[in-house]
Design a protein around this ligand. Sequence first.
Ligand SMILES: CC(C)(COP(=O)(O)OP(=O)(O)OC[C@H]1O[C@@H](n2cnc3c(N)ncnc32)[C@H](O)[C@@H]1OP(=O)(O)O)[C@@H](O)C(=O)NCCC(=O)NCCS
Length: 187
Amino acid sequence: MILAINSEHVDAIHQMCNIAFGDNYVAPDYLNQYILSSHKKGFVLIENHLLIGFILVSFHNPTEIQKEILHDKEWYTNEYYHYNTIGIIQQVVVLPEFQRKGKAEQLIKHSISFFKNTIDLFLCYAWVVKDKIPIRSALINNGFTSKKIINSYWKEDSLNKKYYCKLCGPPPCNCSAEVYLLKIKAD
Ligand SMILES: CC(C)(COP(=O)(O)OP(=O)(O)OC[C@H]1O[C@@H](n2cnc3c(N)ncnc32)[C@H](O)[C@@H]1OP(=O)(O)O)[C@@H](O)C(=O)NCCC(=O)NCCS
C-alpha cells in the first residue's frame, strides 16, 4: 500500500536516511516540509504495517529550480528552460531486506502517475556509489534516460550543511551524480 507521508512516518524515514546516506544528510525538519509544503510530496510504501520504503518529490518553476540544482545550472537552463513545472526525485530508500524486488520502481511509478497532469519534466540527480547507480534500473524501467555525470555534485552543499556522507565520511562529499530525466510534456 502506498500512502502520502504523514508525521507518524518521520522518525522511521529519518532513521532509514541516516543509514542509507549518512548522518544528517536528511534532517527531520527537511522531512516535515514534505508534509506541510504544497510544493513537496512524499509517499511511503507500507507492507504488513511496516514502512519498507519511501520517495520524496519536490516541484519547482524555472526560477526556483535554479536554487535547487547544485551544479551545472547552465547546462540545465540551456537544455530545459521551456519546461514550466519540474519535479525532482530527491530521495528514494528501500529497507535492505526488501531491495531487489521492484519496490523503488513501484514508488517512482506511483509518483509519475500522481503528478502526470501537473509536472512537465522529472529530474533525478542519482547517487553514484562505487561506479554503480543503485536507483538506475528503477528509473530506466520508468522511462528515464541518463543525460550526464556531474563529479563532486554535493561537495559545496555538504560543506555548507555539514552533513556526513556514508561513503566519504565528514564533509566534503566527493560523490558524483548521474542526471536522469523524463519528459512528460512533449517538446
Ligand atoms: C536505490 C534503492 C532505493 C533501490 O531500491 P530497490 O527496491 O531495490 O530497487 P528495484 O528493486 O526497483 O531495482 C533494484 C534492482 O533489483 C532488480 N529487481 C527488481 N525487481 C526484481 C525482482 N523481482 N527480482 C530480482 N531482481 C529484481 C532491478 O532490476 C535492479 O537491478 P540492478 O540494480 O542490478 O540494475 C535501494 O537500493 C536503496 O534504498 N539504496 C540506498 C539508498 C540509495 O542509494 N537511494 C538512491 C539515491 S539516488
